[in-house]
Design a protein around this ligand. Structure first.
Ligand SMILES: [Zn+2]
Length: 110
């Protein structure tokens, strides 16, 4: 199986394009490269029963993000203001960055 280059990174703003959260936008909290999954702020929330601990104090039911497949999201270009495809470009200083396929805007924060 070919290695999939992950086009989504932590702190990217992405749009969900498939699944029950389709259409929602959020910030990427974590990516899990080995299984091509990611966690996005306020997306794919699940209820968890927590035991009282020093962190939660009371315990009970809390909602938290659950990982889902990275292919269900697309990165949002700040210039286009919509979900776009990503291509790669090498800058003059040799640094490789992700750019919007549509407008060429650099999507990586440098
Ligand atoms: Zn763009």
């Amino acid at each position: 199986m070919a290695t999939v280059k992950l086009k989504i990174k932590k702190d990217d703003i992405v749009k969900v394009i498939a699944g029950r959260e389709k259409g929602k936008k959020g910030k990427v909290l974590r990516v899990f490269p080995p299984d091509n999954r990611l966690m996005v702020e306020k997306i794919n929330m699940i209820k968890r029963h927590m035991r009282p601990s020093s962190q939660t104090r009371q315990g009970g039911i809390v909602e938290r993000e659950a990982p889902f497949n990275i292919s269900n999201v697309m990165i949002i270009c700040s210039k286009c203001d919509e979900a776009v495809r990503v291509s790669h470009r090498r800058l003059d200083d040799g640094k490789k960055v992700r750019v919007c396929k549509k407008c060429g805007e650099v999507l990586d924060r440098t």
